[in-house]
Write a protein that binds this ligand. Structure first.
Ligand code: ADP
Ligand code: MG
Length: 568
């Protein structure tokens, strides 16, 4: 192993040479007083993806109290804190040193949620590992060795010690984040036994800065206050107790006038599967871990899904027991999204009229009279939603601003008026009695069967052109995987592109391991999570990149299901 001094000397000697000579420092490990630096990959030119490095701080240097990184949930919370600190300090201390990304030290960007990520990991013994990128400096294609030396041996250690070593950190803020994550997790764990699917603490800030900015709305936000009848007080380890809105199991409607905050509340429930950073406004808003948003998504591809619970006898006798299409309609896409979510373990369904197919959601009396059931392939969700709860214990929270027929099938109704919540369950029942919908139920006697699917490994082809593996993630909305270009804008619970990169790696992994064409998808999902549990991130390959984040089986399946090449 070489010292940082020797690295500086090497970089000085490279000054003026052509960019490719930077390869001299690749795959080397350098010893610094407080950590080791490993150069994992050297970029090919100053405009290419920057070079990947990894630093490892032994427990003595990181000096994290054990109470902040054991058990592993605390390590995830603390590592997230360190990642954000690194990002901040690196932004302050990085300087533009020349062409392209010269001089830039960057850690993978994060969102408002706290996730297990490869960017910073804290081992059981308190070792801290950080993975980030460095733009090795050049002017044109000439190495700026005299700038590279201080960048790697002065600036980089300054960033590392100011963001990854406990003495330099805001200890109170770090502890607050760790305790918050434990509290939120305890609230989430407690939901099921209390008969709840979600909890939103009083005082939570629901609206966001904008559609493109996930930080809390800074002025004019009306903090959440639960209606007294839905208010629950839950215990948690650090705060003692928290009081707020408890959304019960069963079928819950969110009603109210347009622009009164319905979709905003539902979006908070969607994101309640994650823990949020302090100050986010949703840090004490938690949902069942298996809650899934179900949207219509016309145009998506579908591979061999049994959608007979919702759709039967399509024109031209197309089978819906094993339904495949390259171009789904609004209703078939929503039916497939729902059946696929059940296959992947969904326990709570979140639907918004705004993003649903109208004919999937319901058919009123008059339409039933004009187009009688034999001519309508769809058994609408309104006739299935109770079956899902009674037969499969799958609850639903639905934003219903227009369809009062749902009053017949709902257990609870929450109204939003001027962003204030009211329990209107009793009024809903009274109105349902006074004005019968006179609909004919079209859902049959039971929800119906779901079929296991067997994804075929060769249909997860990674090849594109001459490249054996082509994977590109540009945002949370789009993945290029081999020849596939997958639109994920309807998979709204993917919040970081880091998750999508990890999912892409996991697709490659399952193709080589668990997926053999004989195993049903739900078994493949279980095997993948078990392998990740047992072997950690390195199950997916070494050396680890710094831009992976944890994901649920539900999102993994959602990506797999949208591969246009998929055969199942
Ligand atoms: P709806 O779905 O009922 O039509 P939205 O949830 O889309 O309404 O909200 C409409 C607007 O009100 C959005 O701009 C949103 O950010 C804002 N908003 C939602 N909830 C609140 C709140 N509690 N305080 C202030 N503004 C809010
Ligand atoms: Mg809305």
């Amino acid at each position: 192993m070489q010292t940082a001094h020797e690295l500086a000397a090497t970089l000085h000697a490279l000054d003026g040479k052509s960019y490719g000579a930077y390869r001299a420092i690749a795959h080397q490990c350098y010893h610094y007083p407080q950590f080791t630096l490993q150069v994992e990959r050297v970029q090919s030119d100053p405009f290419a993806a920057p070079s990947a490095v990894r630093v490892e701080l032994p427990p003595d240097s990181a000096a994290l109290p054990a109470s902040l990184h054991r058990p592993s949930l605390r390590a995830v919370a603390a590592a997230d804190f360190l990642t954000r600190a690194f990002s901040r300090v690196a932004r302050q201390l990085s300087v533009d040193l020349g062409s392209g990304n010269s001089g830039m030290i960057v850690i993978a960007p994060v969102s408002q949620v706290i996730l297990d990520r490869t960017a910073v990991q804290i081992d059981l013994d308190g070792t801290v590992i950080a993975r980030f990128t460095v733009g090795l400096p050049a002017q044109g294609r000439r190495i700026l060795g005299r700038q590279a030396a201080p960048l790697l041996t002065e600036v980089l250690p300054r960033i590392v010690t100011a963001s990854l070593c406990y003495p330099a950190l805001d200890a109170a803020a770090l502890r607050a984040q760790v305790e918050l994550v434990e509290d939120a997790e305890a609230l989430r764990q407690g939901l099921h036994e209390r008969g709840l699917v979600a909890f939103v603490a009083n005082g939570s800030i629901l609206p966001r800065q904008s559609g493109a900015d996930d930080r809390p709305l800074s002025t004019g936000a009306v903090p959440l206050r639960s209606p007294p009848s839905l208010e629950v007080t839950l215990p948690c380890p650090h705060r003692g107790t928290v009081t707020g809105l408890g959304i019960p199991q069963g079928v819950t409607l969110i009603v109210g006038g347009g622009y009164h905050g319905k979709s905003t509340l539902l979006r908070v429930l969607e994101q309640g599967i994650y823990n949020h950073i302090p100050g986010d406004g949703r840090e004490l808003a938690v949902s069942d871990r298996q809650a899934v948003k179900i949207c219509a998504e016309d145009g998506r591809s579908i591979a061999g899904v049994n959608i007979t619970p919702f759709i039967n006898h399509l024109p031209r006798r197309q089978s819906t027991a094993n339904f495949s299409t390259a171009n789904a309609s609004g209703s078939t896409s929503q039916a497939a999204n729902l059946c696929e979510a059940l296959e992947a373990g969904a326990r709570v369904l979140l639907l918004d009229e705004d993003t649903s197919a109208t004919n999937f959601m319901g058919r009123d009396r008059r339409m039933q009279a004009l187009i009688p059931p034999p001519q309508e392939p769809i058994s609408p969700f309104i006739d299935k939603v109770r079956q899902l709860y009674v037969e499969r214990s799958v609850s639903t929270v639905l934003v219903a601003g227009s369809n009062g027929d749902y009053f017949d099938v709902a257990d609870t109704a929450i109204a939003l008026n001027d962003y204030q919540l009211h329990d209107v369950t009793a009024a809903m029942r009274a109105i349902a009695q006074r004005y019968p919908s006179q609909r004919q139920p079209e859902g049959g006697t039971s929800f119906g069967e779901l079929s296991a699917r067997y994804p075929q490994p060769q249909s997860l082809e990674t090849r594109r052109g001459r490249r054996a593996v082509w994977v590109k993630v540009r945002s949370t909305d789009q993945l290029e995987f081999g020849e596939n270009r997958i639109d994920l804008s309807a998979v709204v619970q993917l919040v970081e592109s880091n998750q999508l990169r990890a999912i892409a790696a996991a697709l490659i992994y399952v193709r080589q391991h668990d997926l053999d064409g004989q195993q049903p998808l739900h078994t493949v999902l279980q095997c993948l999570q078990a392998d990740l549990q047992q072997f950690g991130w390195s199950a997916l390959g070494e050396p680890l990149p710094g831009d992976w984040a944890e994901f649920r089986s539900l999102e993994f399946a959602a990506v797999l299901n949208r591969l246009r090449s998929l055969q199942a």
